[in-house]
Design a protein around this ligand. Structure first.
Ligand code: SF4
Length: 504
């Protein structure tokens, strides 16, 4: 069968340019893995990189028209309010008979399958969770005309409702083919590798495990299997930089550390650099030392909070001591980590915010502008499939606007909500002005370091001044919030205009 897998265009709305959670990083190879398995089963598969190749829907339609696929698979990524454009495009394809069967897959599609199937009659089915077992079965059923709504791993419209069947997770990750990689993916600064799936954590704000479903929450490929994929890519492309997109590079406990040590031993002779993401309780001195020796240069660790009570609320299963210990270990080995940090959670009190702020200062996490802008801004995004979403729903605090997929809630403490609003406005201005510079599209000027330090100071001062006023009992009404945000924005714009010119 001829099968197209579409990575559709994604857009960033100005008010969401500092939000990062529209799909987990680990989903970036989902189409590649589906393509690898479908090819192995004898199908003719093409991936259209609508997002990375910056294609318009018109260009994508032309490509689909020229291929005339039997099945169009769409890796559906939630992109705030822009989904209607994608659904409109799919309806149009169906109307013009350019795609007879459309199936959606991915995190968003899995978790919002019911809504998608109700909302869009163009989408015939949704693959729940991993694609590798279900997609070939769907292709087989379509080719023989023996399609049944009971196909395992598939959600479909059936009779008056939606019928979902159980997911089909991959039992042994070493058994599936390596993902197909497109030219667009090779143009990225690093080659993405997926060494494991799922996470043994259960953070209330995360939906990694809702995607994979029940069963073993963390599954790793063998170190040998990972090393052989990297070796093959190196032989073909001479790629020297890799990034493990695993939500949690380390498996649980001692076995997880031993596996990481083995990966380090196998990667060391390859002369590569790589990055990983992990939990702070897995940052052990010996393992990090060996990984650094093997080429580890970047790591993102989820600190999330500087207060134990907040970490408990998020069910992070880590402590502030572990956060600080992980920072010390990483720095001792010459790694300055990226950090995940949720400054504003639904139940944050002003005391939580103060303790977070002092934690960030004490641990030298407010000195680098891109980090400062993130840690002083991030509020908890509430997506369907997370424990937080269901908890807020149970408590009657979940607000839904355009879709039931993303919820909102009023932050419990009015002062915290005011500070969150101010920081959202200020950092959105900063992120949209700095986007081209931070993405490397515009060369930085020689005085960039001084410039960034100045803006960093403005952000930290704005945060602390507002926090002090709120702690002193001041009430911020909408006008006050607007003025505080505008003052900071004016200062930032003034500073940026000196170095990069006016935005007008
Ligand atoms: S540590 Fe928490 S946030 Fe990170 S992947 Fe695991 S469950 Fe998700």
């Amino acid at each position: 069968m001829k099968i197209i897998l579409l990575e559709h265009p994604r857009s960033i709305t100005p008010e969401r340019c500092n939000d990062i959670a529209n799909t987990p990083l680990s989903s970036c190879l989902i189409s590649g893995y589906a393509a690898g398995m479908l090819k192995k089963c004898g199908h003719d598969v093409e991936i259209i990189e609508g997002y990375l190749d910056r294609l318009t829907y018109g260009e994508i339609e032309n490509e689909i028209r020229s291929i005339k696929p039997d099945i169009l698979g769409v890796h559906m990524v939630y992109h705030w309010r822009q989904d209607h454009e994608l659904f409109g495009f799919l309806e149009n394809l169906k109307d013009r008979r350019l795609a007879s069967t459309i199936t959606a897959y991915g995190f968003y599609a899995t978790i919002a399958a019911d809504n998608i199937l109700k909302q869009s009659t163009a989408v015939d089915s949704v693959i729940s969770g991993e694609t590798e077992m279900t997609f070939p079965a769907l292709a087989e059923a379509a080719s023989t005309g023996l399609f049944t709504p009971f196909l395992p791993g598939l959600s479909v419209r059936y009779q008056e409702g939606i019928r979902c069947t159980r997911r089909r997770p991959v039992k042994d990750l070493d058994e599936i083919p390596f993902p197909v990689r497109t030219e667009a993916q090779y143009r990225l600064p690093e080659v993405n590798i997926l060494g494991s799936r799922g996470c043994y954590g259960r953070c209330t704000f995360c939906y990694i495990n809702s995607f994979y479903g029940t069963g073993v929450p963390w599954r790793g490929r063998s170190p040998e299997n990972i090393a052989s994929e990297i070796a093959a890519i190196n032989a073909e492309r001479r790629a020297g930089r890799f990034y493990f997109t695993d939500p949690n590079f380390f498996g649980p406990g001692l076995k997880g550390q031993e596996r990481a040590l083995k990966i380090a031993a196998l990667l060391k002779p390859m002369n590569i650099f790589f990055g990983i993401e992990g939990r702070v309780n897995d940052i052990h001195d010996k393992t990090i030392g060996r990984l650094v020796d093997a080429g580890l240069r970047h790591i993102l660790v989820g600190l999330e909070s500087g207060r134990d009570e907040s970490l408990k609320r998020m069910n992070k299963m880590t402590t502030v001591d572990q956060n600080e210990q992980a920072l010390r270990v990483l720095r001792r080995h010459g790694i300055e980590p990226n950090v995940g940090f949720i400054m504003f959670e639904p139940d944050s009190s002003l005391e939580d915010i103060r303790i977070n702020f002092e934690f960030l200062k004490r641990n030298d996490l407010l000195a680098n502008l891109p980090v400062t802008a993130n840690v002083l801004y991030h509020h908890q995004i509430v997506l369907e499939g997370t424990e937080a979403y269901h908890m807020l729903k149970r408590e009657g605090r979940l607000q839904l606007r355009d879709s039931s997929y993303e919820g909102n809630t009023c932050l419990k403490t009015p002062g915290v909500a005011a500070l969150a609003n101010i920081m959202r406005g200020v950092t959105n201005v900063l992120f949209s002005r700095m986007a081209a510079i931070w993405s490397g599209k515009i060369a930085e000027t020689p005085d960039t370091r001084r410039q960034n330090a100045e803006i960093n100071r403005i952000l930290v001062d704005t945060f602390e001044n507002c926090l002090c006023q709120l702690e002193a009992g001041e009430q911020f009404d909408d006008k006050h919030i607007r003025i505080m945000a505008q003052n900071a924005e004016r200062e930032i714009n003034g500073s940026l205009n000196k170095s990069y010119g006016s935005d007008d």
